[in-house]
Ligand binder design. Structure first.
Ligand SMILES: *Cc1c(COP(=O)(O)O)cnc(C)c1O
Length: 394
């Protein structure tokens, strides 16, 4: 997503009596406050027991064999590429239709991102869109559960695995989504998660790497902590600290215990957050079904979305285009957001050759993300629905 919840609205709005309705608000409460206070009182604030507990709880809830907490999803993607052995000259197929971190990550290891188009219904890559971008140099794919809409990872792995192409799932948005009756990300060889406040589950900043491979988990655990032979927690546990060694060039990608304490509380809220988000999305779907000029993103056949980003496509027969609809919503004090960006149009990536990306270009130009958050009230939901109805009748 290109936006963050902390930013004030960027466009001027008329003075109003009602407060501006933002696209997202994290659901944080006294339990998080108490959990942070407890960590601070304990005197251990860096990566330690809370991080270990959060990793164990996250692995259990997401049905992942191993979970390694990191500083954010961007560092998780970077580490995933390192442990998967992707390096200089390798090509990594990525959707252009994603937050820019997906396309940036391969460049951190000297690899080249190669853009693939997406499926118009879900905004996600498919075996067919990946196949169109694969070359003899393709070593990996970063497949995104865009906005929380689950990928058909089974179909993608069935195509990539026999070719020796590693599939990295960018599950930044997918906590609480499901695919084939299991948590999204659970069938990935390696997946990267985000806990930024724009996502459903937040630790302020934070990320997680999950993997089915013990060797990759073990290396990622070392690499996130400068590739040190013993962790700070292990050294703290011994009176005579053992000498440490550094086997390779590592990183500081650690999460703090303060963040992990928040994450543990947030994880306990996840089922309620997802249930409420799906309820609100269903209400939007009912209203949009009556407005033929709009299409609301919907669950695919193989899974359920957490509706982290509940987006609309503005169709040809709508009286307003996307910019007009956003201005109309802003006039009603509703701060919607432009849909997912297209990385291939950004100056940082515009020089890259790519296959035609017609669906990406259509969706990035025509989609609007609607306000949707746990604490959203009936009257707030009605305000958005009424504004959408008024736009259609304009
Ligand atoms: C948010 C997001 C990221 C980056 O997550 P951070 O935790 O902010 O680094 C990466 N990929 C996708 C698809 C995202 O939506």
């Amino acid at each position: 997503m290109t936006d963050t919840v902390q930013h004030p609205v960027q466009h001027p709005v008329e003075p109003r009596t009602e407060p501006v309705l933002h696209v997202m608000q994290p659901w944080l409460g006294e339990e998080e406050v108490a959990a942070v206070a407890e960590v601070i009182r304990s005197g251990w604030v860096a990566q330690g027991p809370r991080v270990a507990a959060f990793e164990a709880a996250f692995a259990e809830s997401q049905q992942a064999a191993h979970a390694v907490a990191v500083s954010n999803c961007t560092t998780a993607l970077h580490l995933a590429l390192v442990v998967a052995g992707i390096g200089a000259g390798d090509e990594v197929v990525v959707p252009s239709f994603s937050f820019v971190a997906t396309a940036n990550a391969p460049t951190y290891v000297g690899a080249v991102p190669v853009f693939a188009d997406v499926d118009p219904a879900t905004g996600n890559v498919t075996p067919a869109t990946i196949a169109a971008a694969v070359t003899a140099r393709t070593r990996a794919v970063i497949a995104v559960d865009q906005g929380g809409m689950p990928l058909d990872l089974r179909a993608i792995r069935a195509w990539c695995d026999p070719l020796g192409i590693t599939v990295i799932e960018d599950a930044a948005c997918a906590a609480g989504s499901t695919a084939h009756g299991r948590p999204a990300g659970s069938e990935a060889e390696i997946a990267a998660w985000s806990f930024h406040p724009r996502k459903v589950l937040t630790t302020g900043e934070g990320g997680m790497l999950t993997t089915s491979r013990a060797d990759w988990a073990e290396r990622a655990r070392r690499l996130r902590e400068h590739a040190m032979s013993s962790s700070a927690a292990e050294r703290h546990a011994s009176v005579l600290a053992p000498p440490e060694s550094y086997s390779e060039i590592g990183f500081n990608f650690r999460m703090t215990d303060i963040q992990a304490a928040v994450g543990l509380v947030q994880l306990s809220r996840l089922p309620a957050m997802v249930a409420r988000r799906r309820e609100l999305a269903a209400r939007y779907a009912d209203v949009v079904a009556e407005l033929p000029g709009l299409r609301l993103v919907a669950d695919p056949a193989w899974g359920t979305s957490n509706f982290q980003s509940c987006w609309l496509e503005v169709l040809d027969d709508h009286p307003m285009d996307r910019e007009e609809l956003m201005a109309h919503l802003a006039g009603a004090g509703i701060s919607a957001r432009r849909g997912i960006m297209a990385a291939h149009r950004q100056p940082a990536h515009a020089h890259r050759d790519h296959v035609p990306l017609p669906v990406t270009e259509r969706l990035t130009d025509r989609t609007v993300i609607l306000p949707l958050f746990h604490q959203m009230t009936e009257s707030e939901l009605t305000r958005v629905c009424d504004a959408l109805g008024a736009a259609w009748r304009a």
